[in-house]
Design a protein around this ligand. Structure first.
Ligand code: ADP
Ligand code: MG
Length: 652
């Protein structure tokens, strides 16, 4: 049978700038199963370097290392991880316990990488009992003495019943009493069949071993046995299983638990680092809620404004809303409106006058907008009264005092009782209520139901004292005829009012469809701006996450080294840190969804915008934030997974 370990011509050179250190120099050594070997030597003689090579934590630069007859230099990194997990156990001078985990969890750590089983859990408890810490199972390492911590480390190293236990100065940080306890623990493990290779620089400790190898300058200068009695150990199976259990659910859960613990232990830092994601997601949610709301409102407007409607007004479009100091204003008359009805492209016309007025019923009164219109107005805007019927052309001809109320006015004056037939006062003039308009909803801050319609003539001559009208709504027969209709209207007004061609600016024809398109375009622009804001903040947020993850990886380099030492493969570390960054970004995402929902609600109520947070936007934000976590967490996670175990363990 081949020896357990067989080294020949092993060298390890450290290059430091121009100088290179031959830490292990062409070394040949063989160790049998069941031996208790102490490696002695002065500081810097190469003991740790040799032990790390023996324990698959480091690779030699040259030479051959056979484990149970199998050459290991051709093994992949993942196969070496398997060996560290199954065949080797490690005990370090600095204990290397993970601070936020209990004694039990620390002991179970290697099981993460070999597959959790209930059998493994039972074994962990048993190993802790064996090192005499059964009563400390739930304690954290910070609550234990150095000797106790080292005993936890031994329990951890033994969890998968390794063939070989590697110990680098295991008592270096301990007092004499603890030193003795640890040594007798190692001896009993050896007696039970585990091969032990221990580095020490104290000869009285080395004397406890069966065999003492002394090193100097990377070479063995003596190799002697203290115990002549050759122990007989059971031959061990040379069938090392390097099979890969793959990521399992308990591994993922463990990472998640750890990620949550680490997030909670740095609350402020975590919050700041997810702020970018939070803002990004908030604006995605708000953007989509507003965009959707705008779209809905534009659609209702589209239906209620009537299709293919033009509005003819005095004054130019450019000077709209600004006091006119020069130029003429064409005053429109009822006759203009009437004649427009004769233009072939036009299917409906309504002259409009409007003003604010005080309406009174009994002891209730209400200030609202009163418009004088013709019955065709109701047709153009498809206003079908929900009670009563609209006034007629005859009523217009007779300047009848009849009124059609919007639902807001009805509610304010009649508390929703049927007002048809009742008499109200508009600016002290009695009017009979003829009908109630259907509910129109609001358009931006304007409540379109807060209105009263009366015959245009009544409005002009009996209520407002106007001899001119304010505007004319014109419905064109079809979309294609709009340009033609505009030309005809223009020609007609120029002719009727004997305008110079330069006076064309004295009136304007507005295309409602154009207006709607402008509104749609504006909301699109706002949506796009918000979209850009959210993309930028998601990117900036992602960079923030990347930054904090790089810091985390640096801070936890030794943890990564330890995890690798007990068998973590590249992909285990990668997965762990990806889960951590995704947890960060998805927490930011969830907070952002909540904030976006609230912001949309507030905007909706304050500005009376219709908003709707959609399920799609929530799903999209979640997917976005997870993707940002993966994308920006990948680089730090790769950095972590690439760390070399020895270098990571030694990182200060
Ligand atoms: P020991 O454990 O016997 O004290 P080491 O094996 O740690 O010795 O180191 C052997 C030699 O290699 C020393 O001269 C040390 O300075 C050098 N050495 C060890 N690790 C490194 C490293 N990562 N980079 C450069 N030199 C190193
Ligand atoms: Mg050392």
């Amino acid at each position: 049978m081949p020896p357990l370990i067989e080294l020949s011509g092993i060298s390890r050179v450290y290059a430091m700038g121009s100088v290179s250190v031959q830490a292990v120099d062409n070394l040949t050594l063989s160790i049998e199963a069941g031996e208790f070997v102490a490696i002695m030597g002065h500081s810097g003689s190469g003991k740790s370097t040799l032990l790390n090579i023996l324990g698959f934590l480091d690779r030699p630069d040259s030479g051959s290392y056979r484990l149970m007859g199998k050459e290991t230099s051709t093994f992949s990194d993942d196969e070496l991880s398997r060996l560290r997990n199954r065949v080797a156990g490690f005990v370090f001078q600095q204990f290397h316990l993970l601070p936020r985990m209990s004694v039990l969890e620390n002991t179970e750590l290697p099981l993460l990488y070999s597959g959790f089983t209930s059998e493994g859990k039972r074994r962990a408890a048993q190993k802790i009992d064996e090192v005499g810490l059964g009563h400390r199972m739930k304690h954290n390492p910070s609550e234990l003495s150095g000797g106790e911590q080292q005993r936890v480390a031994i329990a951890r190293s033994m969890i998968n019943d390794p063939y070989i236990l590697f110990a680098d100065e295991p008592t270096g940080n301990l007092d004499t009493k603890n030193e003795h306890e640890i040594l007798s623990l190692l001896k009993s493990l050896n007696a039970a069949g585990t091969t032990i290779i221990m580095v020490t620089h104290e000869s009285d400790i080395a004397e406890q071993a069966d065999r003492i190898i002394t090193m100097r300058d990377g070479k063995i200068i003596s190799d002697r046995r203290t115990n002549k009695k050759k122990k007989t150990t059971d031959p061990i199976s040379s069938n090392i299983s390097l099979s890969d259990p793959g990521a399992n659910i308990s591994e993922i859960l463990s990472y998640l638990r750890q990620a949550i613990a680490s997030l909670l232990s740095h609350k402020m830092r975590s919050f700041l680092s997810i702020l970018g994601i939070l803002i990004g997601v908030t604006s995605v949610i708000t953007m989509m809620a507003i965009g959707r709301g705008a779209q809905e409102s534009i659609e209702t407007q589209l239906n209620s404004l009537g299709s293919n409607v033009l509005s003819v007004r005095p004054g130019s479009m450019r000077t709209h809303g600004v006091a006119l100091e020069s130029g003429t204003v064409t005053r429109l008359t009822l006759e203009d409106a009437e004649e427009m009805g004769a233009i072939p492209e036009i299917s409906g016309v309504s002259a409009i006058v409007s003003d604010r007025a005080q309406v009174v019923y009994g002891n209730r009164n209400w200030n609202t907008s009163v418009s004088g219109v013709t019955p065709e107005y109701a047709e153009i805007r498809s206003l079908k009264p929900i009670a009563g019927s609209f006034f007629t052309d005859r009523d217009v001809g007779m300047r009848k005092k009849t009124a059609v109320l919007g639902v807001t006015v009805t509610r304010e004056l009649f508390a929703n009782a049927n007002p048809v037939g009742k008499t109200i006062k508009i600016n002290r003039v009695n009017f009979t209520v003829a009908a109630v308009l259907p509910e129109l909803g609001s358009m931006g801050p304007f409540d379109r139901d807060d209105t009263v319609l009366i015959p245009v003539t009544t409005g002009m001559y009996r209520l407002m004292g106007k001899t001119y009208i304010d505007s004319i709504d014109v419905q064109v027969r079809s979309r294609e005829l709009i340009d033609q209709a505009k030309k005809s209207i223009k020609a007609m007004i120029v002719r009727r009012h004997r305008l110079d061609p330069d006076d064309e600016d004295s009136f304007s024809i507005r295309d409602m469809t154009e207006m709607r398109e402008a509104v749609a375009k504006t909301s699109q622009t706002i949506g796009m701006l918000l979209g850009i804001v959210s993309v930028i903040s998601l990117i900036v947020g992602g960079i923030g996450i990347m930054n904090i993850m790089l810091v985390t990886v640096k801070e936890r380099t030794r943890e990564i080294g330890l995890r690798k030492a007990v068998g973590a493969r590249k992909k285990d570390i990668l997965l762990q840190f990806l889960i951590e960054s995704v947890l960060l970004t998805s927490t930011g995402g969830m907070l952002g969804i909540a904030a976006g929902g609230m912001l949309s609600l507030v905007l909706g109520t304050l500005a009376q915008w219709p908003v709707s947070v959609t399920f799609v936007s929530i799903i999209m934000s979640t997917v976005f934030s997870v993707m940002v976590g993966i994308f920006f967490g990948l680089w730090p996670a790769i950095q972590a997974s690439r760390l070399k175990p020895v270098e990571a363990l030694r990182y200060e």
